[in-house]
Ligand binder design. Structure first.
Ligand code: NAP
Length: 318
């Protein structure tokens, strides 16, 4: 190869790498490190309105969002299934942070009547923040048809709780936010929605929906002063993940939520927590370098292992 051709190839290679750094690497560093950790979120949630609504708020990530919003001075409407648990959490948060807390008991696997009840009970409230957190998942990874055979209703329930709740709650509270030209909607997606996730296919698809819906809704309503964020946690130590002891890669819900809120106004689609962002990055890097199929097989092998252990545990319990 003559030296002129070599020079041209070097310039092209450096330009391609430079272009990728400017287009992808720098925004990633800003969204996951510099923005949240150096500058912090500039969104003042308490200025969005008097009240925040949090779905699935008696445990885990939803309860952690509720506590953090109360700490910032917002009054709360907590929505979950069990009235007893709701009243206990309302008292705990109300006593600790001195804010008014109201509760609404609905089961999000139900039909349209849920939203009539929520509308009626929240009428007249100045709602500035909505956290669409409620979500249900499989008890363990399973093949789609085995899942269906075990409980056909489950497939309907998971779509109702993970998708209909997000669209219907947004439809209920967006008009009030648009009228005052401010408001924040935080939708809980999952890393499962952005990486290959076989054997949890319905769950991960509902979470992919949440990302897409949030992204397009943000474009539609940005100019009305509305901020819509989709957060995509990896494992968080909650009942859903069945992880009891928090660690760096499976933080406590409180640690996760504090981190996710520091990305508000910086990233509209975010893992919300640096170790989870790194996990997504590693999987996407594996896809780019070794191919999509390699990454899918790697995840499949891992999830099959989890399924095997879960089935063994279930067999022992019977
Ligand atoms: N934990 C993780 O590792 C993880 C990872 C990625 C994404 N996420 C997402 O984060 C969100 C919260 O997860 P989490 O781990 O905090 O869950 P969790 O600990 O299981 O808590 C779920 C909350 O939702 C309520 N809930 C469950 N089913 C309901 C229903 N049908 N109707 C009304 N309320 C219901 C529960 O209250 P009651 O029991 O009182 O009904 C509880 O307050 C979900 O959308 C989940 O998909 C979690």
């Amino acid at each position: 190869m003559d030296s002129e051709l070599l020079n041209i190839l070097s310039v092209i290679s450096i330009s391609v790498v430079g272009f990728q750094v400017v287009r992808k690497v720098l925004p990633w560093i800003y969204a996951n490190v510099v923005g949240p950790k150096v500058f912090g979120s500039s969104v003042n949630l308490a200025k969005m309105g008097e009240w925040a609504v949090v779905t699935g708020s008696t445990d885990g990530i939803g309860k952690a969002y509720a506590k953090e919003l109360a700490r910032r001075g917002l009054k709360l409407v907590l929505i979950s299934r069990s009235l007893e648990k709701l009243n206990a959490v309302a008292k705990e948060i109300g006593d600790k942070y001195g804010v008014e807390v109201r509760v609404i008991d609905v089961d999000f696997t139900g039909g349209a009547e849920i939203y009539d009840k929520i509308q009626e009970k929240t009428a007249g409230l100045d709602i500035g923040v909505l956290v669409n957190n409620v979500g249900i998942s499989y008890s363990h990874p399973e093949y789609f048809l085995d899942c269906y055979k075990a409980d056909p209703q489950f497939l309907r329930n998971i779509v109702a709780a993970n998708i209909h709740s997000v669209t219907h709650m947004s439809a209920l509270f967006l008009p009030g936010m648009i009228a005052k030209r401010k408001g924040v909607i935080i939708n809980l997606s999952s890393t499962a929605g952005v990486i290959p996730n076989p054997l949890l296919s319905v769950y991960s698809s509902t979470k992919a929906f949440v990302n897409k819906f949030s992204d397009d809704l943000q474009t539609e309503y940005k100019e009305h002063g509305i901020l819509i964020q989709s957060v995509q946690p990896g494992f968080v130590a909650t009942n859903m993940s069945k992880i009891r002891k928090a660690s760096v890669f499976a933080p406590s819900p409180e640690t996760y939520v504090r981190s996710a809120l520091s990305t508000l106004g910086i990233a509209t689609q975010t893992a919300g927590y640096l170790p989870h962002a790194l996990l997504q990055l590693i999987i996407h890097f594996t896809e780019a370098v070794f191919g999509d199929q390699f990454a899918r097989n790697l995840v499949l092998k891992n999830i099959l292992g989890t399924r095997k252990r879960a089935l063994r545990r279930l067999a022992k319990e019977q």
